[in-house]
Design a protein around this ligand. Structure first.
Ligand SMILES: Cc1cc2nc3c(=O)[nH]c(=O)nc-3n(C[C@H](O)[C@H](O)[C@H](O)COP(=O)(O)OP(=O)(O)OC[C@H]3O[C@@H](n4cnc5c(N)ncnc54)[C@H](O)[C@@H]3O)c2cc1C
Length: 497
């Protein structure tokens, strides 16, 4: 197939950030080519593997109904007891606290202050949203009570999101070329980026463009880069999503003098079923994650607890606890629930592909799961004795905690004392890396002396500076949407001259 090689804007990648950049560039009336390394069947990058959950500012249910949730049914509306608002101040406080106050304040401000308008912009492109009934609410007296700040998802989750973005791209006449991966950026003698060298089914092709937007993910699927930046042992983690995010865009930009930025030695990583395959499974998707640990306890193979399972809402702790599992013997942990809480675990615990055992006693459970029996008995007895009375409520930070333990449980601490007991075996699954390129407030990639590299823009996972150590759930997609839209608009305007 012969392909046009001269374009106004080239967007590299076809995940959420890239497709938002492509839509936004096309809105400027320029010709846009999207280059995607994966095949059409494997398209959508990590964005496909998501639940499609977005964190953004809003004033609560009535406000959301006016635009983002405008096609919600009366029945859905009536089933909601509470869907709390999220203000800019709250979002900022969470981002800064969770990233240990390292998040780039300028980028953080752009992300948060433009979150609502960007969601509205997506809705105008016919992306549909619904409340996350299944995963982000607890039912109290028959009504859904939402918590934790990530309450809205794209219809159809990540698959739905990518399908709807692709349909929007079709409507704007954007061309997507699959199985064609960026290898290098091309510059003119003055240093302006004038195109990309890509590798496709017919070998190398040079594409020219007036502006290039890099949106081709982090380096989570590159074992060598993981070890180099995250540390020893990281070649052994599972990858939760696409195998195509191997740091190509980051490396190509660094080769021409782009400035590295952000949390290079850290990443988003979660507790992930120990039997999950090396990369994401496009059917099981994110259901290998095991995220009901706040209502149970987590132990290692010695039977010892090592995290505060109830330190905060799941949305504020899950992305850092995978790294804690990496530090345990054989990179293995076991989540334990008793009969009191087991009925409340998320749907991902009920899939066929789950590594679990159940038993009537703690000893028997330990034997079945190869946990040190005495170690686990001792841990559970000490934990139960440390649980303090209080009003248990999993939809709020209830303060029902332990007292006197070296590793406390700060909320939702109920004794593990009613059989049958259930244990789920997890390891570490990496989601995405935090280190990347430095951009300015127009989405332009900066060089080592912080001057924009002419013609080069970036968005999504491969931009560094927003996340350090930890991450507030639902911010990855929002990040791609806000900065994709921004970089695409800047690239489109630059291409128009
Ligand atoms: C299992 C899972 C669940 C998640 N759930 C959520 C959630 O509910 N909410 C949320 O906000 N975030 C979630 N995340 C995080 C979220 O997926 C990412 O933050 C976000 O999708 C990143 O978007 P992106 O467009 O930057 O990258 P991607 O969506 O990964 O897109 C990058 C694209 O670039 C392509 N590519 C790579 N190299 C090249 C190359 N050399 N040339 C051309 N193309 C290339 C890839 O094939 C891919 O299509 C989840 C992630 C995973 C893995």
């Amino acid at each position: 197939m012969s392909v046009e090689t001269d374009w106004d804007v080239i967007v590299v990648g076809a995940g959420n950030a890239a497709m938002c950049a492509a839509l936004s560039a096309a809105e400027q009336g320029v010709r846009v080519l999207v280059l995607e390394k994966a095949s059409r069947e494997d398209r959508g990058g990590n964005s496909t593997f998501t639940a499609g959950g977005f964190r953004f500012c809003h004033d609560g249910l009535e406000d959301l109904r006016s635009d983002i949730l405008d096609d919600m049914t009366e029945g859905e509306y009536a089933s909601i007891g509470n869907l709390p608002p999220l203000s800019q101040d709250q979002f900022t406080e969470i981002l800064m606290r969770i990233t240990e106050h390292q998040a780039d304040e300028e980028l953080g401000h752009i992300l948060i202050s433009r979150s609502r308008e960007t969601m509205r912009w997506m809705r105008r492109h016919k992306i549909r949203f619904i409340p996350m009934f299944g995963r982000q609410s607890f039912k109290i007296e028959g009504k859904h009570h939402f918590y934790g700040g990530v309450n809205i998802e794209a219809v159809g989750g990540g698959w739905g999101l990518i399908d709807m973005l692709m349909q929007a791209a079709d409507r704007l006449g954007i061309t997507v070329l699959y199985e064609t991966g960026l290898r290098d950026l091309i510059q003119d003698q003055k240093g302006r980026v004038t195109g990309v060298r890509a590798f496709g089914p017919d070998g190398y092709v040079d594409f020219t463009a007036k502006a290039v937007v890099l949106a081709c993910g982090g380096f989570e699927s590159n074992p060598e880069m993981r070890v180099r930046y995250l540390g020893q042992g990281w070649e052994l983690c599972r990858v939760r999503g696409t195998q195509h995010n191997t740091g190509d865009g980051i490396n190509a930009a660094l080769r021409i003098g782009a400035r590295p930025h952000g949390g290079w030695s850290s990443c988003h990583a979660v507790q992930w079923d120990i039997s999950a395959p090396p990369y994401g499974d496009r059917v099981v998707l994110d259901n290998f994650q095991k995220h009901s640990y706040p209502i149970g306890i987590v132990v290692n193979l010695d039977g010892k607890r090592f995290i505060d399972e109830g330190a905060d809402y799941r949305n504020h702790t899950y992305a850092k606890y995978g790294k804690e599992v990496m530090k345990q013997p054989q990179r293995t942990a076991i989540q334990i629930f008793d009969a009191k809480t087991h009925d409340m675990v998320r749907d991902e615990y009920r899939i066929r592909e789950v590594t679990k055992a159940s038993a009537d006693t703690i000893e028997e459970l330990a034997e079945k799961l190869d946990i040190d029996v005495e170690g686990l008995k001792h841990t559970v007895a000490a934990f139960n004795a440390a649980c303090q009375p209080g009003e248990y409520n999993p939809s709020i930070l209830d303060g029902v905690g332990t007292k006197g333990l070296e590793v406390p449980k700060s909320n939702w601490a109920l004794p593990i004392d009613q059989g049958p007991f259930h244990g789920y075996v997890v390891t570490c699954g990496i989601t995405f890396t935090f280190g990347g390129l430095k951009i300015d407030s127009d989405g332009r990639v900066l060089d080592l002396t912080e001057r924009p590299i002419p013609g080069l823009y970036a968005a999504g996972e491969l931009v560094g500076g927003i996340f350090y150590q930890n991450y507030p759930g639902g911010t990855g997609l929002l990040n791609g949407s806000v900065f994709g839209r921004l970089a695409g608009a800047s690239a489109g305007q630059a291409a128009k001259g």
